[in-house]
Design a protein around this ligand. Structure first.
Ligand SMILES: NC(=O)c1ccc[n+]([C@@H]2O[C@H](COP(=O)([O-])OP(=O)(O)OC[C@H]3O[C@@H](n4cnc5c(N)ncnc54)[C@H](OP(=O)(O)O)[C@@H]3O)[C@@H](O)[C@H]2O)c1
Length: 271
């Protein structure tokens, strides 16, 4: 992906905006000189500028107009106002939003004209460059725009492309997913304590088991059912545990959780 000579503006370099910035710099996708940022409090942008060598702009319009690609990483509630301010100066730039629940249609209306916009739904592990992000393009963006946005977001983890109508489902699965997994990790650690392990040891084993199992699925490319069968010996311990999980309706519970979160994302998006 040729980003040579391109400049990226990050409007709202908070947790997510700064995490993406760090990922992009770490991967060498852009140099610090190619990145311009803004935040609400100038001292935060100034601190990031001193730490990472990126430029901090005096306001959002100046940030956007110095850039070829503008990443919008402010909170969803203020996104429309921020876009409306920048709109008259936006021109033919590419806009990428990471805000939950703000549709490309809303972005297009707020910016005005026929802007090229991409909407994405990242999740919190993007903060440590281990995110799962879905992207979709607005009415005026091209396939190349989508690929460019995916390339930038890939610096903070994995990226998939979906139809915009499926972004609520993405919110239900990977967007909200870290919360489910954190709960599962906590439950595993509690379980370890219940069977006599110290909290510290139980937590370490729980986290590493989840991480190792996830990486095994990714790296072997094998179906998780197949990997499960490989650790389940006749009359053994794993099958006894699996029986209990099935009895408790684990699969149904997880499916219900993702479905409930998807419905909620849809409700919030319609407000
Ligand atoms: N955090 C996540 O895990 C996550 C996951 C998925 C999607 N997202 C999306 O990412 C976006 C940002 O979330 P966040 O968690 O990174 O929030 P955050 O840490 O509060 O970052 C928001 C940033 O926007 C800045 N800001 C506020 N008003 C501004 C304005 N008028 N002009 C320019 N910058 C302004 C804030 O400046 P100050 O620092 O000076 O207050 C802050 O740096 C949200 O839309 C959210 O939906 C976040």
């Amino acid at each position: 992906m040729d980003l040579h000579g391109k400049r990226l503006g990050i409007v709202g370099a908070g947790n997510m905006g700064a995490a993406l910035m760090r990922g992009i710099l770490k991967a060498g996708a852009l140099t610090p000189e190619q990145i311009i940022i803004t935040t609400r409090r100038p001292d935060r942008a100034q601190r990031l500028s001193e730490t990472y060598g990126v430029q901090s702009a005096r306001d959002n319009i100046s940030c956007a107009t110095q850039a070829d690609i503008v990443m919008f990483a402010v909170k969803p509630q203020i996104m429309e106002n921020v876009l409306q301010d920048i709109g008259p100066h936006f021109g033919n730039r590419l806009g990428i939003s990471v805000a939950a629940g703000v549709s490309t249609h809303t972005m297009e209306l707020a910016l005005g004209g026929a802007p090229r916009v991409i909407r994405s739904m990242p999740n919190t592990p993007a903060l440590i460059q281990q995110g799962a992000t879905a992207v979709s393009k607005g009415a005026h963006a091209t396939d190349e725009d989508l690929e460019l946005a995916a390339h930038l977001l890939r610096q903070a983890g994995r990226v998939v492309t979906v139809e915009e109508s499926l972004l609520d489902a993405v919110t239900g699965l990977s967007g909200s997913g870290p919360a489910y997994i954190f709960l599962i990790i906590e439950a595993f650690a509690d379980a370890g304590v219940k069977v006599g392990l110290s909290r510290e040891v139980a937590m370490e084993l729980a986290v590493q088991t989840i991480q190792g199992s996830a990486r095994m699925v990714q790296e072997t490319g094998q179906h998780p059912g197949q990997l499960k069968d490989q650790v389940t010996s006749p009359g053994g311990t794993a099958i006894a545990g699996l029986h209990t999980l099935e009895e408790g309706g684990l699969r149904t519970t997880i499916m219900n959780a993702v479905e409930a979160a998807t419905r909620r994302a849809n409700e919030l998006g319609r407000r």
